[in-house]
Write a protein that binds this ligand. Structure first.
Ligand code: UT7
Length: 349
C-alpha cells in the first residue's frame, strides 16, 4: 500500500500587519500582557472585502500546486479545514473548485477548528493509501478578523487570533523512507462549550446543563439568529482560556508520544515538531515535557498569532522554506483545540 507524501506546500498571509499596540486602540489590553501570556507580537488581518477565507486558501493552494509540479486540473480531491468559512453553507471546498477551475471533483470541508488541518490531512491520507486519489489538495485557512469582539469584553479571545492560509498537495509515494507514517485523531466533547461560538446555531438552549464560557444559559437565546444575539454580543467566539490551557498541555505531549511510539520512535528522534500555534507558552511547555531542544521545535505565533486550521501548514511551509526540513527528516505535527479535539501526524519528509 502506498504512503502519501507532501509533494508541494504553500502559504499565504495578508499584507496588513496588526501589532499589539494597534489593538490597544480598541480594547483595554497591552503589548506586555499579550507577549507575556501568549508570545504574540503581531498578526495579519485580511482585507475586509477583497480577501476571504477561500481566496487566501486559493493563494496558498496555487503555490502548493505549482511546487508539486502539477496544475489545478490534476487535483482529484479537495479537503478544506476552517472554522471561519465564507458561507455558513456551502463549504469553502466548492469555492476553491470554482475559483481554480478544477474538474468536477469531490470537495470536503472539515470543521475541527485548531486540529482541523491534521484531521484534513488524515482524511486525505486514507484516500491516497487506498489508491482512490493521486493528487489531493489539503487547505487550512481562516479569516478570524471578521468575526472577533474587538471591545474589552472579547479581549481574551481577540488578541490571540490572526488570518492566513496554508496548503499542501498529497501524492502517493512508494519510497520506503518517505511519507505520512501515521495519523492519530481524538476528541472529548464533554468540554465542547468551553471554546466555542454558540450562535448562529440550532441548539435552542438544548445543552442548558453545560458550562458556557462567558455566558450563562439564560443569555443564550432560542433563535437560530436574532437581534438580541447581536445586541448581547452573543455572536462571537467564547473561551475559558485557563481550562483550555490546562487540557492542552496534557493532550499535546500525549498525542505526540502516541505517534512516536506507534512507529518505534522516541522524542529525541524528532527532527522538527510543528505544534499548532495556540500559545507560545503551550509550545514551550510541550518542548520541556518532551525534552526537546529549541532546534527541534518550530514556532511562529510571534508574527501570525493563532491562525487555527492554518497554523500548522503555515508553520510547516515557513520551516521548509527556511531549510529547516530536509528529505528524510522526521517531522511531527500536533494540534489541540475546540471540541475538544486533538491530533497528530508523523511523517518522513
Ligand atoms: O487554539 C485554540 C486553543 N486555545 C488555546 O489553546 C488557548 C489556551 N489559553 C490561553 O492561551 C490563555 O488562557 C490565554 C492567553 C487565553 C489567557 O491567559 P491567562 O494567563 O490564562 O489569563 P486569564 O484568562 O486567566 O486572565 C488573567 C487576567 C484576567 O483579569 P483578572 O480577572 O485577573 O483581573 C483577564 O480579565 O487577564 C485579563 N485579560 C487581559 N488583560 C489584558 C484577559 N485578556 C486580556 C487581554 N489584555 N487581552
Amino acid at each position: 500500500m502506498p504512503r502519501s507524501k507532501i509533494a508541494g506546500i504553500g502559504m499565504y498571509v495578508p499584507e496588513n500587519v496588526v501589532t499589539n499596540f494597534d489593538l490597544t486602540k480598541y480594547m483595554d489590553t497591552s503589548d506586555e500582557w499579550i507577549q507575556e501570556r501568549t508570545g504574540i507580537k503581531e498578526r495579519r488581518y485580511a482585507h475586509r472585502t477583497e480577501e476571504t477565507t477561500t481566496t487566501m486558501g486559493v493563494e496558498a493552494a496555487k503555490i502548493a500546486i505549482e511546487r508539486a509540479g502539477i496544475t489545478p486540473q490534476d487535483i482529484d480531491f479537495i479537503v478544506f479545514a476552517t472554522l471561519s468559512p465564507d458561507y455558513y453553507f456551502p463549504g469553502c471546498g466548492v469555492l476553491v473548485q470554482r475559483a481554480m477551475k478544477m474538474k468536477e471533483i469531490g470537495a470536503l470541508d472539515v470543521r475541527n477548528q485548531c486540529s482541523g488541518f491534521v484531521y484534513a490531512l488524515s482524511v486525505a491520507d486514507q484516500f491516497i493509501r487506498t489508491g482512490t486519489y493521486k493528487n489531493i489538495l489539503v487547505i487550512g485557512a481562516e479569516k478570524h478578523s471578521f468575526g472577533l469582539d474587538f471591545s474589552t469584553r472579547g479581549r481574551n479571545v481577540s488578541v490571540i487570533f490572526g488570518d492566513g492560509a496554508g496548503a499542501v498537495v498529497l501524492q502517493p509515494t512508494e519510497k520506503d523512507n518517505q511519507g505520512i507514517l501515521s495519523t492519530h485523531l481524538h476528541s472529548d466533547g464533554e468540554s465542547a462549550e468551553i471554546l466555542a461560538m454558540y450562535n448562529p446555531g440550532t441548539h435552542a438552549n438544548h445543552w442548558a446543563d453545560k458550562n458556557y464560557a462567558n455566558f450563562d444559559e439564560a443569555e443564550m437565546g432560542e433563535m437560530f439568529f436574532s437581534h438580541a444575539m447581536i445586541d448581547n454580543a452573543q455572536v462571537f467566539p467564547n473561551m475559558d482560556g485557563p481550562s483550555v490551557f490546562k487540557k492542552a498541555i496534557i493532550k499535546f505531549p500525549e498525542v505526540i508520544i502516541e505517534a512516536l511510539h506507534t512507529n518505534g520512535y522516541q522524542s529525541s528522534d524528532i527532527d522538527l515538531l510543528i505544534p499548532h500555534q495556540a500559545n507560545l507558552r503551550i509550545s514551550q511547555f510541550v518542548q520541556q515535557k518532551l525534552h526537546l531542544t529549541d532546534r527541534q521545535v518550530y514556532n511562529n505565533i510571534q508574527h501570525y498569532g493563532n491562525t487555527t486550521a492554518a497554523s500548522i501548514p503555515i508553520a510547516l511551509c515557513e520551516a521548509w522554506q527556511q531549510g529547516k526540513i530536509k528529505e528524510g527528516n522526521l517531522v511531527c505535527l500536533a494540534a489541540f483545540g475546540s471540541g475538544f479535539t486533538w491530533a497528530s501526524a508523523l511523517l518522513k519528509w
